[in-house]
Design a protein around this ligand. Structure first.
Ligand code: AMP
Ligand code: TRP
Length: 331
């Protein structure tokens, strides 16, 4: 049996290159490798912890679903589904909430960051228990995510272990899978991660070529003039080098390495370097933008692509939940 890969993205805004290079691109690679049994879903229940209006939320769901397909996820190769269409996620989350120590949730840095910025709600606090349910319901072994999710993955392992030791062997402990760019930094502040909640520093997947050019040319770089990878003293240039290295990968081809790029730009200035980053990114992102625009012409068809996956996910997750209910004594 092939190992199971599973991941999701929360529909809470437009996707940016951090989401793509850290997660979505890897979903597609893993799917196309043929080595895994892949599940990819939209974590729409997670989006309820944020304050979008119903119309905005529904738009975000369609937007991310379209991006999945435009990036190359294929319902014939992967199980693509929508979290809220599979009730077992919320049900298992409740069981896990009931064995999860408060202290484990209080430690979560994403919760601490978010609660410092916005009004807190209980869903935001228990979010990692729902995320754990998402993963362990399917016996997923590998979870492709950016490194901001590592702490949540660690909790998923802890909860799986805890359940197993209390109620008998039931769940697999999942592991995170990272790309070479597990943390793309903001173009406006290279000491912070590129994040949907700070649109100013984001390069969005559907930005038009002129916008890409403008954003890259005005990306914050560092003092000095040498194009060298040094995250401590040159975080802006290092971030662009990583983005450029990723953007030179085409199809299954390996891209240019950072040392190769440093050599290529030796003696060139930041302006020339940034122009080259923009020139690589434009054709790298164009096929996704174009495919997305085409898919958007028929939004109903997009959700249809998830219907078969919804059914399959319900079958797999429903069986696991039944086992759980029996093990915990719900008769
Ligand atoms: P989110 O935008 O938080 O819903 O994230 C969706 C996926 O993209 C998750 O796997 C994140 O870890 C990943 N991700 C988000 N921001 C970045 C970033 N700046 N660099 C790399 N991966 C990211
Ligand atoms: N928490 C993830 C994020 O914000 C999204 C997510 C929800 C997820 N459930 C998941 C990712 C399960 C991987 C596996 O990006």
């Amino acid at each position: 049996m092939k190992p199971i890969v599973l991941s999701g993205i929360t529909p809470s805004g437009k996707l940016h290159v951090g989401n793509y290079l850290g997660a979505l691109h890897n979903f597609v690679q893993l799917q196309n490798s043929g080595k895994y049994n892949c599940y990819f879903f939209l974590s729409d229940l997670h989006s309820l912890t944020e304050s979008a209006s119903p119309i905005e939320r529904a738009d975000h769901i369609i937007d991310i679903a379209t991006n999945y397909l435009a990036a190359g996820l294929d319902p014939k190769k992967s199980t693509l589904f929508i979290q809220s269409h599979v009730p077992a996620h919320a049900e298992l989350a409740w069981v896990l909430n009931s064995i999860c120590p408060m202290g484990e949730l209080e430690r979560m840095t994403q919760y601490k960051d978010k609660s410092a910025r916005m009004e807190t709600n209980a869903g935001l606090f228990t979010y990692p228990a729902l995320m754990t349910a998402d993963i362990i319901l399917y016996d997923a072994e590998f979870v492709p995510v950016g490194d901001d999710q590592d702490q949540h993955l660690e909790l998923a392992r802890t909860l799986a272990r805890k359940f197993n030791s209390r109620f008998g062997e039931t769940f697999i402990e999942p592991k995170a899978l990272h790309t070479a760019t597990p943390r793309v930094m903001s173009l406006a502040d290279p000491l912070k991660k590129m994040s949907k909640s700070v649109p100013n520093g984001c390069l969005f997947l559907d930005d038009e070529p002129e916008v890409i050019k403008k954003k890259i040319m005005s990306a914050v770089t560092d003092s000095g003039s040498e194009v060298k990878f040094d995250e401590a003293s040159k975080p802006g240039v290092s971030n662009l080098l990583m983005i450029l290295s990723a953007a030179t990968r085409h199809g299954g081809q390996a891209g240019k390495t950072i040392p190769e790029l440093e050599k290529e730009f030796a003696g060139k200035n930041y302006g020339q370097f940034k122009a080259a980053v923009a020139e690589s990114l434009i054709p790298y992102l164009a096929p996704i933008r174009e495919k997305k625009a085409k898919l958007m012409e028929d939004p109903k068809k997009i959700l249809k692509a998830f219907a078969t996956g919804d059914k399959k996910a319900n079958k797999v997750a429903g069986a696991k939940l039944k086992e759980v209910y029996e093990k915990v004594g719900l008769i």
